[in-house]
Design a protein around this ligand. Structure first.
Ligand SMILES: NC(=O)c1ccc[n+]([C@@H]2O[C@H](COP(=O)([O-])OP(=O)(O)OC[C@H]3O[C@@H](n4cnc5c(N)ncnc54)[C@H](O)[C@@H]3O)[C@@H](O)[C@H]2O)c1
Length: 258
């Protein structure tokens, strides 16, 4: 990691889905940028270890549970000396199964975690942010929020929903001084994108080739964008989608010549 400037000095942050993958990297980068961070996840052992290594505090959270959200916001705010400045709604799951084979219970579970979980987070955190004089909420979106995604109907639907929720929250919370934005990552090498039987090199072959920059994203390349949106450097940004996707949003890359 390159030396980070302390753009989040004095800020108190809460990051969900922080036990591994992108969420754990966001926690590391926010701590490096000077924030006091609460890392939350339903995976307690991994989450506790990742938070301790990063210099953050950990608390168990199932994002689908409104009562747990209230306790977690209280924990983060108390630890932060009464403030809450930043919420990152990063926790998500997927199911890789086409519509005609998808169990409705699985569809509901993905929507409940990704979309309702994000809604509950905004609802729980916004009052604490408002009493801190405002804040920044960053919701994790996906290229799947801009097109259909074969084999991931519930995931794609949840991320389209997060786009609507992000814009609506930006409008409703602007007068409270709370900015709400979405980050659109390209494909990352995490547990979410791993498929049965894959070796490490299968990631790049499957995902990297379809991206204009011809490679997958590094976790830090996405996490830094989240840190920026959370900081006062992004003070005039709200209601937007911000991509770190290697050009995927621009369209298909040029064909590879022989
Ligand atoms: N991996 C990618 O290629 C990719 C691409 C675009 C967007 N994203 C988004 O980035 C975010 C992070 O993805 P990742 O690849 O790091 O995934 P990951 O599976 O590695 O990590 C997700 C984390 O969320 C946690 N989580 C799941 N359900 C939860 C719940 N109910 N309550 C609390 N925590 C819960 C998991 O325990 C896990 O630690 C997600 O929002 C994902 O949709 C990922």
């Amino acid at each position: 990691m390159t030396e980070m400037s302390k753009t989040l000095e004095g800020k108190v942050a809460l990051v969900t889905g922080a036990a591994r993958g992108l969420g754990a990297e966001i926690v590391r980068r926010m701590v490096a940028a000077g924030a006091q961070v609460t890392a939350a996840d339903k995976r307690v052992d991994d989450g506790t270890a990742a938070a301790a290594e990063a210099g953050a505090q950990f608390i168990e959270l199932d994002v689908t549970d409104a009562e747990q959200w209230a306790a977690v916001v209280n924990f983060a705010t108390t630890g932060g000396g009464g403030r809450l400045d930043i919420l990152v709604n990063n926790a998500a799951i997927t199911r890789v199964v086409p519509i005609l084979d998808c169990d409705p219970a699985d569809f509901r579970k993905v929507i409940d975690t990704n979309l309702v979980g994000t809604f509950l987070g905004i609802q729980a955190a916004a009052p604490a942010m408002a009493s801190s004089g405002g804040g920044s909420i960053v919701n994790l979106s996906s290229p799947s929020a801009f097109e259909g995604t074969v084999g991931m109907p519930a995931y794609s639907t949840s991320k389209w929903g997060i786009r609507g929720l992000t814009r609506t929250a930006a409008l409703e919370l602007a007068d409270l001084g709370i900015r709400v934005n979405a980050v659109v990552p390209g494909a990352l090498r995490t547990a979410m994108t791993r498929r049965p039987g894959w070796e490490d090199e299968d990631y790049e072959r499957h995902y990297g080739a379809t991206v204009p920059l011809r490679r997958m994203a590094e976790l830090g390349e996405v996490a830094d964008l989240v840190v920026w949106l959370a900081s006062d450097q992004a003070s005039y940004c709200t209601g937007g989608d911000y991509a770190a996707d290697g050009g995927l949003g621009a369209g298909s890359p040029a064909p590879v010549s022989d």
